[in-house]
Ligand binder design. Sequence first.
Ligand code: ZN
Length: 179
Amino acid sequence: MLSIVPVNDIPKGLDCDISSQESLDYLAFLGCQLIQLAMDNKYALGVAAVQCGIPLKAFVARSQSPYCIEEKLYGIGQHLDTYSMYVNCEYSRLNSDKNVDSIEGCLSLPGKTYKVKRYPTIHLRGKLIGPSIETGEIIAMEVDMAVDNPYDSIVIQHEIQHQQGLLISDVGELYIRSL
Ligand SMILES: [Zn+2]
């Protein structure tokens, strides 16, 4: 069982090895554990491996977009119609639209919310991990795409920043709701 480590123990994420079937199977297993952890925490929108002390560029995120079920890839486990496992991902701003204010929480910073400036849309590059629809084997599927809705875009930016060692307390300001 994975658990969230203290903020000071969060490592940086390194590239995941995806060169062998054994590595891919491990990443799928890690994905299932991260999904379980997210579900156990009120269906958190996402959780990164580094938050559990695992120094890998790997995270799961809930998605509203159809790309989480591609024609080549099943979700991992029963709940991957909502969660996907992303590895070795990076993002860049997609267009010149104004940044949006996002109010976010984080499993590593329980009980607090922060206001963070986010790109409304991003270009995402990396891999999705899951069982192939054709063979059932775990595969890494290339992702090189526009994420053009703010919901998915914001969750992915939050998780990728975890891999870079950045928390919302580093990039945002503490947000206290007025009564
Ligand atoms: Zn977080």
